[in-house]
Design a protein around this ligand. Structure first.
Ligand code: FES
Ligand code: FES
Length: 199
């Protein structure tokens, strides 16, 4: 049964993103399951080493598989999520070489020797990263689906420009969709983190 509140929210969100033209088409969850099942189908597997969150992994996978599916299915990491699958929403964001990249469109073979950092790699439940701590203190997350995109993007901006203005942070987050509409609290958390790292 679908909760009426969530159904209403989902349809408002859907209308909104179609109106602003951010996501031309949704991938239905059933199709995501098909995509996952078909990954590597009929194609040769290869042994590939992948460094994620400080740990080296040896995997036997199809090098064309997207980095997102490898992180989710092979390594069991749930920080990066499948949202649009088209590099449009930011839910699958991870960091490589200090840059935020969208793992839903990146084949594993393109990662090479670069280390991948996911949201889980920033901190631990016992010792969250200061930006994660700020999000906790401000109650800035609801469902958490967008958090990889929001937190990693904000951190990447502030790593390069610690004095970034609110507008610059908003601009950077322009391509990250939050369906729960908690932007105000998120910006408050990001500002709190930015101020703390300056002192
Ligand atoms: S899942 Fe939407 S950008 Fe990757
Ligand atoms: S999508 Fe739910 S908190 Fe952003």
């Amino acid at each position: 049964m679908i909760c009426p509140t969530h159904a209403r929210r989902a349809s408002v969100f859907e209308r909104h993103i179609h109106r602003v033209g951010l996501v031309p088409e949704f991938v239905h969850p059933a199709d995501v399951a098909d995509l996952r099942r078909s990954k590597g189908a009929g194609r040769p597997m290869k042994e590939i080493t992948l460094k994620v969150n400080g740990r080296q992994h040896l995997l036997a996978v199809d090098p064309e598989t997207t980095l997102l599916f490898v992180l989710n299915d092979e390594l069991g990491l749930r920080g990066p999520r499948f949202g649009c699958g088209m590099a449009q929403c930011g839910a699958c964001s991870v960091m490589m070489r200090g840059q935020v990249v969208r793992s839903c469109v990146m084949p594993l073979k393109a990662v090479g020797q670069d280390e991948v950092t996911t949201l889980e790699g920033l901190g631990t439940p016992e010792q969250p990263h200061p930006i994660q701590q700020a999000f906790i203190e401000e109650g800035a997350a609801q469902c958490g689906f967008c958090l990889s995109g929001v937190i990693l993007t904000a951190k990447a901006v502030l790593d390069v420009k610690p004095n970034a203005s609110d507008q610059e942070i908003r601009d950077a987050l322009g391509g990250v969709l939050c369906r729960c509409f908690t932007h105000i609290r998120m910006l408050r958390a990001i500002r709190k983190y930015a101020e703390a790292r300056r002192t």
